[in-house]
Write a protein that binds this ligand. Structure first.
Ligand code: SIN
Length: 531
């Protein structure tokens, strides 16, 4: 086991849409190190079925897209950020096309889709494999670029900050990021970088059931929190209304685009229950409303799922336009043109995150956060479907635009080597496995779609005990990804609970039985570690 030092102009942590778009848009004179925890293509982008929302058709406008985003966002949308992101949609679509990603519904090509809360068709897509296409093409492009070095199977452990390593670089009390410690093959590398970009995605693994990949462990959010950055609005966790209910395929998404094409939700008594919750918009109401309606029907009838009936679409349409869903459900014996699909809500999207501007700038010099790991306020208290790929791509472009061509020379930085001290190998995996499932269960049972103070306080007490044990393991065991991810996801779980307790109202994705009213004026929830 030996440590080493690497220097680079830009260090990008994460290889989903945000990280890749940023890497590909930076000038070729800059040396970029792209660190991916998993082999590429990867990340939540890869799993995104529905698509990318962009106002480019003749019957659409930025104003209409903005209105829909604000209406869904529970009064908390940052309008300036939203205008910035929405108006950059056409540029992103053109840029994607220049890299080889041509989506249905984009300029002169095919028909766009529609999802809940969108008043017109504006979801550009590639059947129901939109994210997969974007991930594959952008990953390939990045592997071909001479100035991008891709490091797969590597895990960012902690940010390196001037306040800890080079206090002379702290300017007017504003800290600077100078890189990160990266774990690869049991070695911890010290990576020094002129600019560091967190694009590590969300944290769906904090809940027992999620549509996310196993790698969605909130690593960037936890790292930023430990470095003293403000983390905002984490109580707004979006549950996708329709994931497949099946013991062997728990995390499988059933795209909202199916409801866009007329699929209907039924309870186990065969009633189209959305009539009782949102009679105007029915199945295309915003996600917070549909997810809560499903939760309420399941609790009312004592069932563990509801049904999504897409049989009217027929075999040909389902097979051609929705191959991902069709293959997924037929592989477990469900024939979607003959029978309704059993579905249940599952954790899907981290609406809160590292407080950032639309170009990813954070409260720390030399550090940006983009995509799902960040929070610009674009989604407010509830995200519209397919607005996240738009945000990830636009933030990637804007971050690349605003990263200065001449950065601080990483050669002038120095940081302490990682010290393994007397750490020992983790011999009892049961310690990690138990804490993982305890955390995910407590989050699901006590911090889910509908919350109460009693459950939130209980969750916090349990998480505090787990966090204490995990921290003890972290300081005494040799670093392995499972333990580091657990540490991160536990930090994120704790932030979600603390944010939820701090919000004394119900708004968007946060619904509290104890505080059912919405209060004015709308406020962000900020959680920050005092260093
Ligand atoms: C879906 O296809 O339903 C997911 C799209 C999204 O969450 O943006």
């Amino acid at each position: 086991m030996s440590n080493g030092v690497i220097e680079t102009d830009v260090l990008i942590l994460g290889a989903g849409m945000a990280g890749l778009t940023c890497a590909l848009s930076l000038p070729s004179e800059l040396e970029i190190l792209l660190v991916s925890k998993m082999p590429m293509p990867t990340g939540s982008t890869y799993l995104a079925q529905g698509g990318l929302a962009a106002a480019i058709s003749e019957d659409d406008s930025f104003k209409l897209h903005l209105e829909d985003t604000i209406n869904a966002g529970g009064g908390l949308v940052n309008e300036e950020a939203a205008i910035d992101i929405i108006s950059a949609g056409p540029r992103l679509v053109r840029q994607l096309s220049s890299w080889g990603v041509n989506l249905e519904g984009s300029f002169g090509k095919g028909k766009s889709g529609i999802e809940g809360g969108h008043s017109v068709r504006r979801v550009l897509h590639h059947k129901d494999r939109t994210g997969r296409l974007i991930s594959e093409v952008l990953s390939e492009c990045s592997l071909e670029r001479g100035n991008i070095t891709v490091m797969e199977g590597a895990f960012a452990v902690n940010l390196l900050t001037a306040s800890r390593e080079m206090p002379e670089l702290v300017e007017n009390a504003v800290d600077r990021c100078i890189g990160a410690h990266i774990l690869q093959n049991g070695t911890i590398l010290t990576v020094l970088a002129g600019e560091t970009v967190i694009a590590t995605g969300g944290s769906g693994k904090v809940y027992r059931y999620t549509s996310n990949q196993d790698s969605s462990t909130g690593d960037g959010i936890a790292m930023a929190y430990r470095a003293g950055l403000p983390i905002i609005n984490m109580e707004f966790y979006q549950f996708h209304p329709t994931c497949l209910f099946h013991p062997d395929k728990r995390n499988f998404l059933i795209t909202e685009a199916l409801r866009g094409e007329g699929a209907v939700l039924l309870n186990l008594e065969g009633e189209r229950f959305m009539e009782n919750y949102d009679p105007q918009r029915m199945e295309l109401a915003p996600r917070d409303i549909v997810a809560r309606a499903i939760d309420s029907e399941m609790k009312r009838l004592g069932n563990d799922h509801v049904l999504l009936d897409a049989t009217h679409l027929g075999r040909e349409k389902l097979t051609i336009s929705f191959p991902e869903v069709t293959n997924g459900v037929t592989s477990v014996g469900i024939i979607p043109w003959e029978e309704p699909i059993p579905v249940v809500p599952a954790a899907h999207y981290t609406v809160g995150g590292i407080d950032a501007q639309t170009d990813g700038k954070t409260a720390m010099n030399g550090l940006r956060a983009i995509g799902e790991a960040s929070c610009t306020g674009f989604h407010g208290a509830n995200r519209l479907g397919s607005n996240s790929l738009l945000e990830a791509g636009v933030m990637g472009l804007k971050a690349a635009d605003s990263i200065p061509g001449t950065l601080m020379d990483p050669d002038s930085f120095h940081a302490r080597d990682w010290s393994f001290g007397r750490a020992e190998p983790l011999m009892e995996n049961v310690l990690v496995d138990y804490a993982w499932s305890a955390l995910r269960n407590v989050m699901w049972d006590y911090v889910g779609i509908v919350r109460s103070d009693r459950r939130l306080h209980r969750a916090l007490r349990i998480i505090d005990v787990l966090a204490g044990e995990i921290e003890a393991d972290y300081w005494t065991m040799l670093p392995v990804i499972g333990l580091l991810e657990l540490r991160n996801i536990c930090t994120v779980g704790r932030i979600i609970v603390k944010s939820a307790l701090r919000r004394r109202e119900s708004r968007g994705l946060h619904f509290s039985l104890d505080c059912p009213e919405t209060k004015q004026p709308p406020r962000d929830t900020v959680i920050k570690l005092m260093l």
